[in-house]
Ligand binder design. Sequence first.
Ligand code: PRX
Length: 680
Amino acid sequence: MSTAGPGRDVPEAQIAVHWREEEYYYPPARFIGQANASDPGILRRFGEENFPECFREYADLLDWDAYWHTTLDTGNPPFWKWFVGGRLNACRNCVDRHLPTSRDKAAFIWVPEPETEPPRVLTYQELYVQVNEFAALLRDFCGIQQGDRVTFHMPMVPELPVCMLACARLGVVHSEVFGGFSGMACGDRLADSGSRVLVTMDGYHRAGKLSDHKAKADEAVQVADKLGQQVDKVLVWRRHPGQYVSQTPMVEGRDFFVDDLLPGYRGRRVEPESMPAEAPLFLMYSSGTTGRPKGAQHRTGGYLSYVAGTAKYYLDIHPEDTYWCAADIGWITGHSYIVYGPLALGTTSVLYEGAPTHPDAGRCWRIAERLGVNIFHTAPTTIRLLRKLGPDEPAKYDYHFKHLTTVGEPIEPEVWRWYHEAVGKGEAVIDDTWWLTETGGFLGATLPALQPMKPGSCGPGVLGIYPVIYDDEGNTVEPGSGRAGNVCIRNPWPSVLQTIWGQPERFVELYYGKYCRDRQSTDWRDWPFLCGDGAVQAADGYLRILGRIDDVINVAGHRLGTKELESACLTVAEVAEAAAVPVVDELRGRVVEMYVALNPGLEPGGELETKVARAVERQIGPIARPKKVWIVPDMPKTRSGKIMRRVIAGISNFADVGDTSTLANPEVVDAIRHLVQSRK
Ligand code: PRX
């Protein structure tokens, strides 16, 4: 199949064709007619012969204070520099520049929980006012200056993008920690980023409960303090201004209610700082394979250009669309495709509080109907859940999606088909977008009007991204060979992480160490970027992503490090050793099961399993709570003492455990198998 599109003569209804045993679906003509990318010439413009200048097309979507003189500087590999010499402000690009044409247009529509509370609309003008006032507060009350870091631990409320954009306006680096993470996880990240200010909220609603979120802030500050990072100020937004919903006392001189302070900044304006394109915009932490958190550092110019460009061509966002990405802003998806990409394009972006299935499995479709959402972006885990709990719910609501997208994990073809038929009502194009926190924006996806969809595959590399699959020895695995390998990107692109905050050597090793051909070379071709996923590439160039190759478990689209999970178990005094393994789960894709061995002389019993599960939840957050904790007599180990997680995962999934003859203690395999498989 060529990557050229099916053209405009495709019949209205989607057609499924079987070709080389692959199933393709084509976009409806109505979609093609309005798409931002409907001219196949775009594929040529982003062809390798035009690299890296092709990315000017994305950068030209922004307003620059000064144009760049060098599109890509490879002088200090792999610390690539993009749009060097250029200056811009991300907040000005997302807010101020839309005011002349779209002052009264909704920038965000926020749907709170419970449903009896009406949606709140934040126009571009209101966003401008709030961002300026909060920026003035950060600068003048907290003494925050350009280059400082500020950590947020915020739930899904419009105050979160206000905080992000205020930092961007000041040239301050923001670091949002997912609201569902524990105070401890937040404290680690506060310390790692060197933030002296934490911005949080007293509480928020989720699935009918009001959480006491402020309690986590106290713990976070203590943890950071132990790690040597003093937090001077905690700014607390109130979910219901004027009314404090937390039971946790405010600490005199440290904690301040934002709604008490803001009146002092009413009407204040802060000039957006003109930042170098390479100035860091934000940090986004992800789980690593060792204990220290890993803050992916993203740059201003390249990142904003790339998310604007990909949001335009892949999410097909037009300024007049009502676009809803039902992810959490606490993850990279939310940064790139709820806040920065959509706002750079001047569209209306929907946010919601709560859960997709509460009070019932019709919530998303009610929101879509009420707000007129026409582009919807979510994760396979949510689709599976909605399909299970409310397979017929979409039909009850009058909404029309032109475009549906997914992100975060592979989507099974049968789930894909429900999404297409039931949710999309056969009218919508589906885009399976594959990428990572570190990549800032999409890596693999289909150009929705030009490249057909193939359930189970994300698509080819996106515009200007040239993927390749290598085997462990660095040989290329040819497309169509049917063999899996490690997927890499051969070239740099504008939104690839700049570095890992404070850990440049780790950055080089993790992403480039395995396949770099010559460490002295300043030719980018010698520096393929290792994505960390196994993949198979079909003859048509489409990638099927198989999952992480490192010690990371992807639970419902969230990356959890096995080391992090295991360290949490080891905080329980009785536990001697722990192993985290992924187990296939119908709804969440993968879930974590913990295997623990106790200290000598101890016997299983009491509430030990619960204690271990609680420890994990306390240290990391509820998303990490193991589905099951198994207490085993010993761990299968290599002769050098390495725990063989592969063997345990094989047992847990009733799969082949591979060769166990070289283990130091092969007899334990049968003991674990007996224990586990008899009780599953
Ligand atoms: O394994 C891939 C999986 O999610 C990982 C990245 O996780 P994170 O950094 O949290 O970012 C998630 C959102 C960008 C990848 O290494 N992944 C992401 N998207 C897909 C996917 N796996 C299969 N298909 C996808 N569309």
